[in-house]
Design a protein around this ligand. Sequence first.
Ligand code: NAD
Ligand code: MG
Length: 348
Amino acid sequence: MQSVKVTASTQYDILIERGILKRAGELIKEYTGARRALLITDRTVDGLYSKAALDSLKSAGIDCEKFVFEDGEEHKSLKTVGDILSFAAGLNFTRSDIFIALGGGIVGDVTGFAASAYLRGVRFVQIPTTLLAAVDSSVGGKTGVNLPEGKNLAGAFHQPSLVLCDPDCFNTLSDALFADGAAESIKYGIIADESLFEIFEFGDVKGNIENIVRRCVEIKSDIVSRDEFDLGERQKLNLGHTLGHAIERCSDFAVSHGHAVAIGTVRACLAAQKLGVCKEDISERVKKTLERNELPVSTDISVHELASVMQRDKKRSSAGINLILPTKIGECILYNTDPNELESIYSL
Ligand code: NAD
Ligand code: MG
């Protein structure tokens, strides 16, 4: 088993092992002492993994109820959170009971937000079933939902009590969903670890999946422990994201998050070279690596259109906009610039 200890406002462990889902009950009992749990999942994951989770919770003596909602961003909503809160209240869940998120990033974000609000905060456990949720959304304590006005506009910082990652769950992911998680994992390599990047560049990705997840969450938790509330260094995790978000929006979300981040990462490398922040030519290496992992490296959307969307990006601060630019594979910096410069920086 691989494990990572996260030190944020609360400490918790991330345990990574093939087949760990079948041991979820005993581990949750050992780490949280909970006797009662509300398992929250979406329709697809319910059909795939709820039974294994519930069987394991039952045999560990944890009394478990289940709440299932429909897949998709439109259900990552205040309505779903309200339904969960009413469901838990109707069953008299108390402060010593826990919520368990079994699923991808949507289930994790919704469950975490509901846990942060129920009785002003109950503990929750993350069991990520997508690669993206395992390497990114299940760690760091950001929870939340979408509003009609935009994505992730309502939420809370609420750290999980435990994260259990079973890489065997990734076997049922489509290639496109696996690639979405790979894009975020490659991003961690470029930010902080060349050897992680190299697994995607020429190694056996599926054969090294436990190591990959461990390294990614170590990097994320390291950064989060220094900047839990996203005031500075945590922005590095957004490599490729400023432009990526613009691509998602300009394509009306036809381009998925991970795919958009891949394109954004290539553009960040090109911009870093152009601005002299990065001395080596890393963009070819990054492009080839993304392509090897079935990710796109370019878009037809014009830089002009992307720049105007980026200028309205919510991460813009009054002091300009921070771009995340690699100085080499394994290191990057925050580069503050005027939003009006974006079009020229990204034009090549
Ligand atoms: P998702 O949760 O929508 O999952 C994608 C699809 O895959 C869903 O239909 C789901 O039912 C299905 N699925 C999940 N596990 C599966 C499995 N093992 N086999 C087959 N199908 C499976 O999407 P995601 O990509 O996991 O997460 C995206 C969400 O995460 C976004 O809402 C994003 O905002 C959020 N996110 C949050 C953070 C954070 O820090 N909180 C970070 C990154 C992303
Ligand atoms: Mg992301």
